[in-house]
Ligand binder design. Structure first.
Ligand SMILES: [Zn+2]
Length: 350
């Protein structure tokens, strides 16, 4: 894939193997849950239901492929579509499905709720699965729902999805509004609980409110650089710098539409315009802005993302080769692969 010497390829292998590799966002549970709507594949066809334990030809993440990709810790998003009349019930259904899948595969995967549990699980040769909730809709406007989803194991909340909700504006429905009072209350409570605030999807004004309010570092679990691709989902340079100043991490997604202008979701023809080099350009840009301590990987695989060359989780070692190719040091590659996110987990997930 890259013009690397044999030694460089060996070096990449050994860095990848010795690093704790973290992927901060996927939508795999939507492929596993037994009730619709399923996510659709790139060409709009519904995705067949799968299980976590079986290596499938469909979708992009399952346990066998995660092991092949040398990925150690995954944040599994529970995304609740606003179509549901009870979003909290839908979240309960997703959590139930996810727990059953994990229980069926306890020899290879474990749910982890703290930094220590993540470290121990990975040390024992298993995948550490962290539960996250994507979009504040399932809270249904009540702070007690937040505390309860924390007790059920969720350790991060993406405040909004694309639309506006009762926490604030998603970037897809940006009216220039601040976080609502409830949104602000949620951020304060998340800090108290030890839950990671995820600002991916949030509108700029809401983002700056989080910067003002949160006393902890925050993550963008799946966002890219606006300087290279103008999509409203991406973060501009000031936002990336502000996150870094607070100790946070921007995790770069494999969403082709967030990597290059003119590439659409669900359009396989335009996906071909994006290569792993373009992803590496986003990495280089973010590193140029804030150094190597504030950048990570948040694939958004199984969420309609990926492109030829980076189309499932088995391809993670190619990112490591790419970083060797672009001249990153062993230590910096280890940070980007997972060390930076682990630093945030250590601070918040106690
Ligand atoms: Zn998302």
């Amino acid at each position: 894939m890259f013009d690397l010497t044999k030694d460089q390829i060996e070096r990449a292998k050994s860095i990848h193997h010795s690093s704790l590799v973290v992927d901060t966002h996927n939508d795999t549970i939507l492929h596993v849950i037994t009730s619709p709507p399923f996510v659709t594949s790139g060409n709009g066809a519904p995705v067949p239901r799968r299980s976590l334990g079986e290596k499938s030809e469909h979708g992009q993440i399952d346990i066998p492929r995660t092991q092949m990709g040398g990925v150690d810790c995954l944040l599994f998003a529970m995304y609740v579509s606003p179509l549901y009349s009870s979003r909290l019930l839908r979240l309960v259904q997703m959590l139930d499905t996810f727990n059953i899948e994990v229980e069926n595969n306890l020899d290879t995967i474990s749910i982890a709720t703290s930094y220590d549990e993540i470290s121990k699980t990975v040390k024992n040769g298993k995948i550490a699965a962290v539960i996250t909730v994507e979009g504040g809709e399932p809270l249904e406007g009540k702070i007690e729902s937040l505390r309860t989803i924390y007790r059920l194991g969720a350790r991060s909340l993406t405040l909004t999805h694309f639309p506006r909700n009762d926490l604030g504006d998603g970037s897809g429905a940006d009216s220039g509004s601040h976080l609502t009072d409830f949104g602000k209350e949620v951020v304060v409570e998340m800090n108290k609980l030890g839950m990671i605030v995820d600002i991916s999807h949030l509108n700029p004004m809401g983002f700056w409110d989080v910067m003002d309010i949160s006393k902890d570092p925050v993550l963008a679990t799946h966002s890219n650089c606006k300087a290279l691709c103008s999509h409203h989902r991406n973060l501009d340079d000031d936002q990336i710098k502000a996150m870094a100043e607070k100790g946070g991490v921007i995790n770069l997604s494999f969403c082709a539409g967030f990597i290059k202008d003119g590439v659409g979701f669900g359009n396989p023809e335009t996906l071909k315009k994006v290569t792993i080099l373009d992803w590496l350009d986003h990495l280089d840009h973010a590193v140029e802005l804030v150094g190597t301590k504030h950048v990570g990987i948040g694939s958004d695989l199984d969420g309609g993302c990926g492109f030829p060359g980076l189309d499932d989780i088995t391809k993670f070692p190619d990112l490591t080769q790419g970083m060797v190719y672009r001249g990153y040091s062993d230590q910096d590659i280890g940070k980007i692969l997972g060390g930076n996110n682990m630093r945030v987990f250590k601070k918040i997930l106690t």
